[in-house]
Design a protein around this ligand. Structure first.
Ligand code: HEC
Ligand code: HEC
Length: 448
């Protein structure tokens, strides 16, 4: 008996010795990196950058009027991809052929697979949305394509004000902008006091030609979901753009890239990043100053800067419905009208960027190496942007070729969650093809 206890104690000592050996195995890079990250954490802890689990609803930032519930998330996951909602098309042949997922494709990091998203009037999907083009049956003016590259839906929980110019959502950065909210651009919705995502989704349903009402959702089979998700709404308000938007917002907030290697690293697995990726992360949180702007757990922030990149109309011949006159080119200034806000864009999140090769609001870069070289050289590429709008921090970084390789490796692999398919539905209730349902997409997606 005594021998057994002694044996157990020796075993425990041996295991804990091994454990502490492992802790000591932290490389010089680990120590430097952890200290660098902690400098950007408000409470000095690595946990600041740890993203919550997708079902840990209490830890996911949300808007108070729309608590996340499992049934809202399940409903939102269907509606986001439901081509059956496409009931306000510009042309009859477009009916039921597009969805939110036409421009926010899971395997492409919830962005389109091309430089600009195309909803109605697009045909084809290819392998990852890259083969979508304008249908011959449409004129460019008729297709649904917007004057900036779509933002990702990943880590949307950290978005309090939606769009590149932040115009949706009455709180956050829009407090004090009440006088600017108007019907023409949909910002009068901010008066309802909903969160940025809730407000944006209502606008998105209208803009992208979708229809929600009791008849439509009954036909498609979603009635029981609305009944259960929104039983606290009076019946006459239960089946509407607002409730659909709330469900979609709840779903979007669960799209968290918590399986990325950097997330494992932050939680203590020092083998999750390669030594090269650690050096890259050290640059990100150190000499390359990236985290000064990319500072939230998703590496976005609700601040606006101009880094002088080109607009979408300057990006080549594959883009539609945008020009030098597009107010989207003005970023925050297009919303506020203030000289100081002109050409300033929201700081986007940085996870899963490798999944689709178009970067910045005008898709002016097609590799992450080009993006990093752009920040390293710090020469604004858009002649329309006055030098006064560019912040002093955008200045040459002096990184070597191998520094650039390291930073790119961190962005490409360290920040890539390899399992986004868990966030896509395997079917939608209409039984339609999704995220697109035009004839060529049906072939590409294997629906026929
Ligand atoms: C035709 C392509 C297209 C379709 C279809 C589309 N979107 Fe988008 N989405 C965009 C573009 C482009 C932006 C960024 C526009 C901007 O900021 O000026 C965007 C931005 C967003 C944002 C803001 C994200 C952020 O970080 O600020 C949300 C939320 C969103 N879309 C939700 C939806 C929903 C919900 C639907 C379906 C009802 C939808 N989108 C359908 C192109 C599309
Ligand atoms: C002055 C604040 C600031 C700094 C510093 C900064 N960024 Fe950004 N970053 C932005 C803004 C703003 C955008 C969006 C610009 C646009 O599209 O007009 C952006 C966009 C990006 C994008 C494109 C993301 C996408 O979805 O298109 C990447 C990648 C990126 N930054 C990486 C970095 C890296 C790496 C560093 C450090 C070398 C860095 N950033 C430093 C503000 C900053």
């Amino acid at each position: 008996m005594n021998k057994l206890i002694l044996g157990t104690i020796i075993l425990i000592l041996a295991i804990s010795a091994c454990r502490s050996d492992k802790v000591q195995l932290a490389t010089q890079n680990d120590i430097l990196l952890e200290n660098a990250i902690k400098k950007f954490s408000p409470d000095g802890e690595l946990e600041h950058f740890v993203l919550p689990q997708s079902n840990d609803y209490n830890s996911i930032p949300t808007s108070p009027e729309n608590p996340i519930t499992p049934v809202k998330v399940a409903l939102g996951k269907f509606l986001f991809f439901e081509t059956g909602l496409g009931l306000a098309p510009m042309q009859e042949i477009g009916e039921g052929t597009y969805s939110c997922g036409s421009c926010h494709i899971p395997a492409a990091g919830f962005k389109p697979g091309r430089e600009q998203g195309i909803g109605e009037g697009g045909i084809g999907f290819g392998a990852n949305g890259e083969a979508r083009t304008m249908s011959d049956l449409y004129t460019p003016e008729q297709i649904d394509a917007q004057g900036a590259r779509p933002l990702s839906m990943l880590n949307a929980a950290y978005v309090t004000n939606a769009l590149w110019n932040g115009q949706f959502g009455g709180g956050g950065v829009n407090e004090g902008t009440e006088a600017l909210w108007k019907e023409e651009d949909g910002t009068d919705i901010n008066h309802l006091g909903y969160g940025g995502l809730e407000s944006q989704n209502i606008e998105s349903l209208h803009l992208h030609r979708m229809v929600i009402n009791k008849d439509v959702i009954t036909d498609l089979g979603y009635l029981p979901y609305f009944e259960s998700a929104f039983s606290d709404f009076p019946e006459e308000e239960r089946y509407s753009d607002v409730t659909a938007s709330f469900a979609i917002a709840a779903y979007l907030r669960t799209l968290i890239t918590n399986k990325a290697p950097f997330q494992d690293y932050l939680k203590g697995n020092r083998d999750a990043l390669t030594e090269q990726e650690k050096r890259g992360a050290m640059l990100f949180f150190g000499d390359a100053k990236c985290a000064t702007c990319h500072s939230s757990p998703s590496l976005n922030s609700m601040t606006f800067y101009s880094v002088g990149v080109k607009d979408l109309y300057q990006c080549g011949t594959n883009v539609f419905n945008t020009s030098i006159d597009d107010t989207r080119n003005l970023g925050r200034g297009g919303f506020t009208g203030e000289a100081e806000d002109m050409h300033k864009f929201k700081v986007p999140q940085l996870y899963n960027l490798k999944d689709t090769p178009f970067y910045f609001h005008g898709s002016s870069k097609t590799t992450l190496r080009e993006v990093v070289e752009y920040f390293n050289d710090a020469v604004p590429e858009n002649v329309n942007v006055p030098a006064s709008q560019i912040p002093p921090i955008f200045s040459p970084l002096g990184m070597s070729e191998s520094d650039i390789d390291d930073l790119v490796a961190f962005l490409e692999n360290g920040l890539r969650d390899p399992d986004l398919e868990r966030y896509a539905p395997s079917y939608i209730l209409s039984g339609n093809c999704f995220p697109n349902n035009d004839p060529q997409s049906r072939i590409d997606l294997g629906c026929d």
